[in-house]
Design a protein around this ligand. Structure first.
Ligand code: GRF
Length: 219
């Protein structure tokens, strides 16, 4: 099915770093049937390579500096108003190295997705891949979840699993997990834009199409 630009759900991506996940989302949006489009990329870091990726794709960029705002909540309010100016309906945190406050979440209730490089609820917070190696797990992975007021605590939408191999260092594991991230994040965004995510009695319900319900993710 073909999706015209006006039918596509407008998405704002927040990124602080190299933006490989942003790139995966941009690439997914190239598909004629993808139900979402990236309307704006916003960063707290003017030199983030993610902004360059956005410019190359012809996507508007916004930079909101923390030092220009007296509090974290003020930063969040400014970010919400910039995103709203582009008609954003869903927000993707794609390597966004800042915890959003309730002010931000109130701007987009239950409409903020985050990608985290672990199989949550294990290894929340920073250096998740190093935490996984230190714990000696044999299976690692990544999670896309709805963002709530906690750190990496929101309802899980999809996960991708990868093996931890003998001799892996942090960089090797990061790279393997990252390739899984690039597969699951666009899928989660597709489901969000198709209206497949809903909160029923406080629980996330993911209404998968029958073909996808048989497998969640296989490598
Ligand atoms: C990814 O590992 C993501 O899970 C984490 O930050 C990293 C960002 O990578 N939140 P990139 O900027 O998308 O390349």
């Amino acid at each position: 099915m073909w999706c015209s630009v006006s039918e596509r759900v407008a998405v704002g991506v927040l990124a602080s770093g190299s933006g490989t996940n942003l790139q995966a989302l941009l690439d997914a949006c190239e598909a004629p049937d993808f139900p979402a489009r990236i309307a704006v990329v916003l960063s707290n870091r003017p030199k983030a390579f993610a902004l360059e990726r956005a410019r190359r794709a012809g996507i508007p960029t916004e930079v909101v500096l923390r030092r220009d705002h007296p509090s974290r909540a003020d930063w969040d309010a400014a970010a919400v108003s910039r995103l709203r100016a582009y008609g954003v309906q869903w927000v993707c945190l794609a390597g966004f190295m800042k915890i959003v406050t309730p002010t931000f979440l109130e701007g987009f209730p239950d409409h903020v997705l985050n990608i985290h490089p672990s199989l949550l609820p294990a290894f929340r917070g920073l250096h998740a891949q190093a935490q996984a190696l230190a714990a000696g797990v044999r299976v690692a992975g990544c999670t896309v979840h709805l963002v709530d007021a906690g750190t990496d605590t929101g309802p899980i939408i999809i996960q991708g699993a990868v093996p931890v191999l003998q001799g892996d260092d942090e960089d090797a594991l990061k790279a393997r997990i990252l390739s899984a991230e690039h597969r699951i994040f666009p899928l989660a965004l597709r489901w969000a834009a198709e209206g497949r995510l809903s909160i029923v009695d406080g629980q996330l319900v993911v209404d998968l199409p029958p073909t996808e319900a048989r497998w969640i993710w296989k490598g």
